[in-house]
Design a protein around this ligand. Sequence first.
Ligand code: GLC
Length: 473
Amino acid sequence: MKILYAASEANPFAKSGGLADVAGSLPKALVKDGIDARVVMPLYGDLKLRSTLTYVTNFSVPVGWRSQYCGLFTAVADGVTYYFLDNEYYFKRAGLYGFYDDGERFAFFSRAVLEMLFYLDFAPDVINCNDWQTGLVPVYLNLYYRHLDKFNRVKTIFTIHNIAYQGKYGLEILEDTCGISKRDQHIVEYDGCANFMKGAIECADKVTTVSPTYAQEILDPWFAHGLDALLREKQYKLCGILNGIDTEINNPSTDPSLPAHYSVKSFKKGKPKCKEALQDRFALEKDGSPVFAVVSRLVGMKGLDLLQSIADALVNDGGIELVVLGTGESGYEAFFSDLAARHPGRVGTVIGFDSKLAQQIYAGADVFVMPSKSEPCGLAQMVSCRYGTVPVVRETGGLKDSIQDCTLGEGNGFAFADYSAHDLYDACWRAKELYWKKEDWENLVAYAMRCDFSWALSAKSYEGLYNETVNLW
Ligand code: GLC
């Protein structure tokens, strides 16, 4: 089985969010299972490990009526072959997305993914596309490549990591920039816009999302950002597979970011050292209080307005400490910076994206708070379990599929269902109450650490799906 995994970011080369973690770890797990999985991504200006790349060839890619240069480079990381598509005009910029011409940049990328295959001795059975940036791959394949020998049996899977980002543009970009004529406009048109994600849902052989619960949720208008009707129509090809995490990188017994190492057998010794270092880093009092933590993009979807309305009460009445790491909307950045200023020694905030500090927080905190309004999968709750930091989550998407409340039975965290600040408060309160029952708490920490969130299981589900897709017709 040969899989081409197309993504706009992948670890260890470029990362802005969870997609990079998945694109950096699922193919690795597939390769371990004997599948020839390879990754293709853009060659960004600030790509990491650039010196490991070797040049393969170059070719031209049609972009509307123009033809653009595309360089092809390759590298091997952790046993996985990566391909990089190079065009400095499109990708040599600071950052990955957020430019006025993102539509054109990723139309180019999607077309180049297919053109690249003419120059490689690699014929994928399935191209697994991810998010809107690769949404035009299945569209172009059907429109312009299907009749060619090399492509007529290639199947496509489109994975939705977050339906909030669809790649929506004015219809005028279709003909001139994307090379999609008026006659074919209906394939990508939705609600009067060109919508790359809609095109992918229309054309891909299968559509997946990153958790079974999210696959159900996006049939509902509250979650679907306008695409629910389309998804209900295409439900026959939709399924959800829970992501895994890279348990080699996220391993508290080897993680180079940590001041002390520990495993499920030694966390009682190692974790307090990490906690102390974390309290020092944020100038927090070391009086035995539980440390609650948030590591997140500071955006509305993450449910931070709930935390905002209870944070003072939790710190004042709950006797907890709080650390926050993230960047995002200025209102949240200001709120959490101000909260730290108002509670010196009890709250610490760092506005930024710092993966080393994130690992130190996963290890040093006691409780990890994730009250998301919507969460397609979420990886942080799994990482925090692995590091023995008990998650408090809202039951949505992948949070619901990975965390079970421990109050009434076996569980690896604390969960609440309604999007309500009272319920979040209650869940945090239950967590801090249990924290003071030392033995029960240690049992919970050990239970959370033992949960298997590796790719082992989910990679098997993907393999099943790939087989099913290849045999479709
Ligand atoms: C997106 C989602 C997140 C998911 C990640 C990887 O970032 O918002 O929930 O874990 O993709 O699939």
